[in-house]
Design a protein around this ligand. Structure first.
Ligand code: TIU
Length: 225
């Protein structure tokens, strides 16, 4: 399928001038540790079922994106097995009885290589799709994401995943400061807290799109199909 070079996508606060050849789909942290019981999300006291409504819209968007031959990048939040990249402040935050690195039902919590750290099967990366392993909430901090985007001439990001107000917002802000235009499909991002979902999206699109644009994935999928 031949897409036009630039396509206006209905969005808030105003249409997003989508340039598919220069745009990556950046899927943030759709890991078992956040979406399934027994992982990091539940360890923090959250109801992980809140996030599962994002799986199907992400699956549809990812399928359409792949079919069009566009760039897909995945991220995972987590730490080295020896925990040398885990800030002591992050380890003790929350004063929980279990913490990052402890053994849970899906292996050691938020540790690379463990079952819980990996991406859910519904959205599993293809071998050709880079996975960015990040130690923080933002996908640019202490990763090679910016070099990958630069080498491929990418200037726009469609950002999806979890959670809206934590890793998605942090990444959109980091990307915005680096000059990337970010579009967030509201149905493809999720929060454990409905009011944070609403506010997390408002903060992106307010003030003339201070950090980026917000849309619905149907608008992208309909163009792609
Ligand atoms: N706690 C929470 O909402 N999120 C995180 O800790 N990480 C991500 O958002 N991925």
């Amino acid at each position: 399928m031949q897409l036009p070079p630039t396509i206006p996508i209905e969005a808030e606060p105003y249409p997003f001038e989508w340039t598919p050849a220069k745009c990556a789909l950046l899927i943030i942290d759709m890991q078992r540790d956040f979406l399934e019981p027994g992982g990091f999300g539940e360890m923090l006291g959250n109801d992980v079922s809140q996030l599962r409504r994002t799986i199907e819209p992400n699956r549809r968007l990812l399928a359409a994106w792949r079919k069009a031959g566009l760039t897909v990048i995945h991220t995972r939040e987590g730490h080295r097995p020896d925990l040398t990249d885990l800030p002591p402040a992050k380890k003790i935050r929350g004063r929980g009885t279990t913490c990052i690195g402890d053994v849970g039902p899906m292996g050691r919590i938020l540790v690379r290589g463990e079952v819980g750290h990996d991406i859910i099967p519904e959205l599993y990366p293809l071998p050709s799709e880079p996975i960015i392993d990040k130690p923080g909430k933002g996908a640019f901090y202490a990763t090679d994401l910016q070099s990958i985007l630069q080498h491929q001439g990418l200037t726009q990001l469609v950002v999806t995943g979890v959670t809206t107000e934590v890793c998605v917002n942090t990444t959109v802000r980091e990307a915005n400061d680096r000059g990337y235009d970010c579009l967030v499909p509201e149905d493809c991002v999720g929060s454990y807290f409905p009011h944070f979902q609403e506010m997390g999206l408002n903060m992106i699109k307010a003030q003339g799109g201070i950090f980026g644009w917000v849309t619905h994935s149907d608008r992208l999928v309909s163009v792609l199909s």
